[in-house]
Design a protein around this ligand. Structure first.
Ligand SMILES: Nc1ncnc2c1ncn2[C@@H]1O[C@H](COP(=O)(O)OP(=O)(O)O)[C@@H](O)[C@H]1O
Ligand SMILES: [Mg+2]
Length: 410
């Protein structure tokens, strides 16, 4: 394949390793400075120029977009997406993960452990917010900090209020987050490539520091993650739309708590710590996936007027319970079931002989008019009962049907 690595630092360890790994595998590879692209737009012809010359064809792009150039960098990646070039990480995934609030907002609707977090604006709402996340000591975070800068531990409610007020007065938005004391200055970095954790390490803060970032003096050691941690990391990356990601988790008393998902995770720390060829794993993954560029479903669906995607629930007492998908007559009503969610099991492309059960959720594409009556009444926005986190021993297979027998065979 012909691969472009988008990076502003061609000589940094990560870029060097990725280029080497690609060259070793006999791929044609070039490192292109993200800031030297021009995005050219005209009717039906999204185009890119590099150093003011038309860009030649690439099969795949591996974006390494640093925090300082998120806007331009994601615009370049988006342009590659419009040109149907495979991008290892989607532009939307990069922007969503860059902002800690956005990231946790997106994860919060899923069964993914996250520390209790709140975001407020008005001074009057600060104190109640701190109390809702468990009171002092409490964590205060800048939305776009990295390397531990912008993460503060406030010992008392008074200090927390003062810090928040000061930051807000300088127009900085901050998150208020529960201090996960039991993680004791440690966190876990899981390196996700595709649907696997390819390497993981624990970072341990030194001295009185509570932040375990290597840039804050944290020490790291390789660890073998259990299934619950692996599942959480892979699902978090997938939900964010990232195929290459560094997922940071705290070790909460009930299991993993995701604190952030990095879309350009550094390779030096983790390769040195684990002695694994992570760059090689990334390149092999891209080479295997290159024929499947990201498709923005929402954008493509606008042309099919009257059709769309929705989730149909099968409640207790539903007429569909005990019927196969075929017998349910959904297909006759112009409705296709794309995925069936049953508890924590995901069954992609379920076969027509699959029997429906109470509690099933069906992700469907079809005629909106036919599906309207099947959308559950707005329990739609009722406060949901707290659902317990996944049990630690829950089998990984159940979440990844492609690796188990849960997927329906044709
Ligand atoms: N809610 C929390 N409770 C306890 N420690 C935390 C919490 N959030 C962050 N930390 C510590 O601070 C470090 C930096 O936080 P993180 O959110 O990852 O920001 P950054 O993007 O700067 O790395 C983490 O690696 C962890 O050690
Ligand atoms: Mg971090």
């Amino acid at each position: 394949m012909k691969l472009a690595i988008l990076s502003c630092s061609p000589d940094c360890y990560s870029t060097r390793r990725l280029r080497e790994a690609a060259a070793q595998r006999k791929h044609e590879v070039r490192v292109l400075d993200t800031l030297r692209f021009a995005i050219d737009l005209q009717q039906a012809e999204p185009d890119l120029y590099f150093k003011s010359k038309p860009l030649s064809h690439y099969d795949a792009v591996l974006p390494r977009v640093g925090a300082s150039i998120t806007y331009f960098g994601t615009a370049v990646v988006r342009q590659f997406e419009q040109m149907d070039v495979f991008c290892a990480n989607a532009s939307a995934g990069i922007s969503n993960s860059r902002d800690k609030l956005r990231c946790l907002q997106i994860l919060s609707r899923h069964q993914i452990g996250i520390p209790r977090t709140t975001f407020v604006r008005d001074k009057k709402d600060v104190l109640p917010a701190i109390e809702r996340v468990g009171g002092a000591p409490v964590i205060i975070k800048l939305l776009e900090g990295t390397q531990g800068v912008g993460v503060i531990l406030a010992d008392s409610v008074k200090t927390a209020e003062a810090i928040i007020e000061t930051l807000q007065s300088t127009k900085q938005n901050v998150l208020v987050q529960k201090f996960v004391a039991e993680s004791k200055g440690r966190d876990i970095r899981a390196f996700v490539v595709g649907d696997q954790v390819v390497a993981s390490m624990r970072r341990i803060a030194q001295g009185h520091e509570f932040r375990s970032n290597v840039h804050r003096g944290g020490r790291s050691e390789p660890i073998l993650l259990d299934e619950h941690y692996c599942e959480t990391a892979v699902r978090a990356a997938q939900i964010m739309g990232l195929r290459v990601a560094g997922v940071d988790m705290l070790e909460g008393q009930d299991g993993p708590l995701v604190i952030e998902v990095n879309s350009s995770p550094g390779l030096e720390g983790i390769e040195t710590c684990t002695r694994l060829d992570i760059a090689g794993a990334i390149i092999d993954y891209i080479a295997a996936q290159v024929d499947f560029p990201e498709i923005d479903i929402r954008q493509r669906l606008t042309v099919s007027r009257g059709y769309g995607v929705t989730e149909i629930h099968i409640p207790d007492g539903s007429e569909y319970i005990g019927k196969t998908i075929h017998e349910s007559g959904l297909r006759d009503q112009d409705i296709n079931v794309l995925t069936l969610y049953r508890g924590v099991t995901v069954i992609p492309n379920p076969r027509s002989h699959r029997v429906l059960e109470a509690g099933d959720r069906l992700l469907c594409f079809g005629k909106l008019e036919s599906m309207r009556s099947m959308i559950p009444e707005k329990a739609r926005r009722r406060r949901r009962m707290k659902v317990k986190a996944l049990p630690a021993e829950s089998p990984r297979e159940s979440l990844y049907p492609d690796r188990s027998s849960t997927g329906d065979k044709p």
